[in-house]
Design a protein around this ligand. Structure first.
Ligand SMILES: NC(=O)c1ccc[n+]([C@@H]2O[C@H](COP(=O)([O-])OP(=O)(O)OC[C@H]3O[C@@H](n4cnc5c(N)ncnc54)[C@H](OP(=O)(O)O)[C@@H]3O)[C@@H](O)[C@H]2O)c1
Length: 339
């Protein structure tokens, strides 16, 4: 007898992580439904794998609609919706970053409550940024520290992270979602070849000799290889006892200085110009982004995943980068022009 096809719903699945997950699930014969505010351009994702169903359904990320019917009987909902944090944090962007995450989470709670056969599990994005900027020890789910630190410039990001997680808790409480397991993903930076992730930018900087130590280089960087990101989420979906908060990060975060050295090694450019805090502030202004993404020490480890039996394919950064460099068919490498 053939096994039932697994059905995965990905709100906000048109972005970097959504495309990564869609390809991963599609290539395994699952049916993937992406919820997007603008389905037309995303529909090319439906051709990811001719053998499987990938469909794109319209939603607005805040109101119930016909899209909600697609959640009925699904195996898993993986909510990735939210305005990108890679932007300047002015008032309008702050509101969008906050509202898009809270509204989408709250409306998904209502949609799940309306299902006669609710999804088995709901995974909602959060972020490893929720933990305190620190150097002395790693933040775990059990012992992690919280609270903003001026040097890290992370007060607003923490507001967003807590607002997001509070919305998830509220969705469970208000809708009494007892039949659907709930999982919060405190994800570190995902390193992957799909366009739109941070790795492409880092790689390009290193290739043009700008891959030096940043802002002193003592701040820790937590990361995870794209394949382990997909494997970890799939493990959480298929492990009935998995519930609550999980750090989605490789077991060995490392200081920025070591990370940049590994990156230079991976792209084969041994020298990289270091950048000070003020140089990065100027660069971030012109690139319309924020330095917190670089200044904050994100020392986060996946204690629960390891304790509960998940095994990583890529534990250390050099092997993860070597793999990404050797398997980057659509990497920016081919498009990079150096005058
Ligand atoms: N990438 C990472 O390394 C990383 C690490 C930790 C946490 N995260 C979190 O994981 C989630 C997914 O990350 P990502 O890198 O895939 O982000 P992304 O590429 O920016 O994709 C996010 C998706 O959210 C939807 N969206 C954007 N603005 C929205 C709004 N105002 N209302 C509703 N939906 C909106 C968009 O889909 P449509 O335009 O099709 O609607 C977009 O494709 C984000 O919430 C991010 O903060 C990412």
């Amino acid at each position: 007898m053939s096994e039932k096809q697994q059905r995965i719903i990905i709100p906000g699945g048109s972005g970097f992580l959504g495309r990564t997950l869609t390809e991963w699930y599609a290539s395994r014969g699952c049916q993937v439904t992406i919820l997007s505010r603008d389905p037309a351009p995303v529909s090319t994702l439906a051709n990811t794998n001719a053998n499987v169903n990938v469909n794109v359904i319209a939603w607005d990320g805040k109101n119930l609609g016909a899209w909600a019917d697609h959640l009925d009987g699904a195996d898993a909902v993986i909510n990735l919706a939210g305005r990108s944090v890679n932007c300047r944090y002015h008032a309008a962007n702050r509101r969008l970053m906050m509202d898009s995450r809270i509204d989408s989470t709250l409306v998904l709670g209502k949609a799940i409550a309306a299902c006669s056969n609710p999804p088995e599990v709901w995974l909602n994005s959060s972020t490893a940024t929720i933990y305190r900027h620190r150097f002395d020890a790693a933040n775990t789910e059990r012992d992690g520290l919280y609270g903003a630190v001026r040097e890290a410039k992370d007060a607003f990001s923490l507001e967003v992270a807590h607002g997001w997680e509070d919305a998830f808790a509220k969705a469970y409480m208000d809708n009494d979602l007892q039949r659907t397991r709930g999982i919060l993903l405190r994800t570190a930076i995902v390193l992957g070849n799909e366009p739109g992730g941070g790795y492409g930018t880092l790689r390009n900087l290193a290739r043009v000799g700008l891959g030096g130590t940043m802002a002193g280089g003592h701040q820790f960087v937590s990361w995870i290889h794209e394949r382990d990101f997909c494997r970890a989420l799939d493990w959480l979906i298929s492990t009935p006892s998995a519930n609550g908060i999980y750090n989605i990060a490789a077991p060995h975060p490392l200081p920025n200085k070591a990370m940049m050295a590994a990156l230079r090694g991976a792209v084969g450019v041994p020298v990289g110009l270091p950048a000070t805090r003020w140089m990065l502030e100027i660069g971030a202004f012109f690139l319309r982004t924020e330095t917190e993404l670089i200044f904050k020490s994100r020392r986060v480890v996946p204690e629960r995943l390891l304790e509960e039996g998940f095994t990583f394919e890529f534990e250390k950064l050099p092997e993860a980068l070597a793999d990404l460099e050797s398997s980057s068919p659509k990497a920016e490498r081919d498009h990079l022009v150096v005058d």
